[in-house]
Design a protein around this ligand. Structure first.
Ligand SMILES: NC(=O)c1ccc[n+]([C@@H]2O[C@H](COP(=O)([O-])OP(=O)(O)OC[C@H]3O[C@@H](n4cnc5c(N)ncnc54)[C@H](OP(=O)(O)O)[C@@H]3O)[C@@H](O)[C@H]2O)c1
Length: 267
């Protein structure tokens, strides 16, 4: 099958890493299905990619905080008759602050988006991939999933889930013609920290952020090669290596220092 007949579905394809992944997929002649919550952003990105790369771009306006949304996306794609050869699970959010202070409904929404959305879309599209014996899945995890993250406790937990779940299903599917790739970015220059209300953190103020174009290229290359996992950036590889060797209490203290507000002096 030519790439032009194939579709890649990207959740959160209107901003940051997801938008850069969508650009790379379009440049490689994949038609696209883009999902997010902002119709005008979806329209803008769709027009840009259609004009630049002469591919088909279908947009789906959906809030992935809702448990039903991934099922509705799958139904719409099937109704349109599109064959999803590449699934990019990318849309996720963080929330900044101590666990005890963050509204539980916000935390549950995040768990649904960051875990439920990925797992449900994968479960739905995987059945079709298995029937065809082909398919590629990219799960955007994070180096945050490799260490405890005080002040982003639930976010780190969701990314730990994605990192290990992705490796588990990669192993289960390795002889079935379907590749599963986990992309683990470190801090990256996107709207993520703004949405997470993290602008006062050291992570935003003092720590250098990667270019989302570079992060997406690492993920895209790994996806196309069928690699199981890519940690984007040399320093992020070092940080993950160190976190894996440290006791959790030390890794938590180190993450706290990175994530605390710049003006907090007590520790
Ligand atoms: N930026 C970083 O430092 C960093 C580091 C490691 C991992 N990551 C991971 O990279 C991925 C992409 O994040 P990013 O940094 O590119 O963030 P971003 O610029 O904020 O983009 C997030 C995308 O997800 C969409 N989205 C958010 N909430 C949604 C919802 N409820 N329903 C549907 N779509 C939703 C957004 O569109 P709307 O808001 O318009 O819906 C947007 O298109 C995430 O998995 C994130 O965890 C980011």
């Amino acid at each position: 099958m030519e790439n032009k007949e194939k579709y890649a579905l990207v959740t959160g394809g209107t901003s940051g890493i997801g938008k850069e992944l969508a650009k790379l997929l379009a440049a490689n002649q994949y038609n696209l299905i883009l999902v997010s919550r902002d119709q005008s952003e979806l329209q803008l990105v769709a027009e840009e990619l259609q004009e630049t790369h002469q591919v088909q771009v279908h947009t789906i306006l959906k809030d992935l905080f809702r448990r039903e949304s991934p099922f509705e996306i799958y139904d719409e794609v099937k109704h349109m008759g599109f064959v999803v050869e590449v699934l990019v699970n990318n849309a996720a959010q963080g929330a900044y602050g101590e666990f005890k202070d963050i509204d539980i409904n916000r935390q549950l929404d995040m768990i649904q988006l960051n875990i439920g959305g990925y797992v449900t879309l994968t479960s739905c599209f995987l059945q079709d991939m298995l029937s065809r014996g082909t398919g590629k899945i990219l799960n955007v995890g994070s180096i945050a999933g490799e260490a405890p993250g005080p002040l982003q406790a639930v976010y780190h937990g969701t990314k730990a889930f994605i990192n290990t779940w992705s490796s588990s299903i990669q192993y289960e599917l390795k002889d079935k013609g379907i590749t599963v790739t986990a992309l683990l970015p470190g801090p990256t220059e996107t709207d993520f920290f703004n949405k997470a209300e993290m602008n006062e953190s050291r992570m935003v103020q003092d720590i250098p952020h990667a270019d989302p174009e570079k992060v997406a290229k690492d993920g895209f290359d790994a996806l196309m090669s069928g690699d199981a996992k890519i940690i984007s950036g040399f320093m992020n590889k070092v940080q993950v290596g160190m976190a894996n060797m440290q006791p959790d209490s030390m890794a938590a203290a180190s993450m706290y220092k990175q994530q605390k507000p710049v003006d907090r002096k007590e520790d």
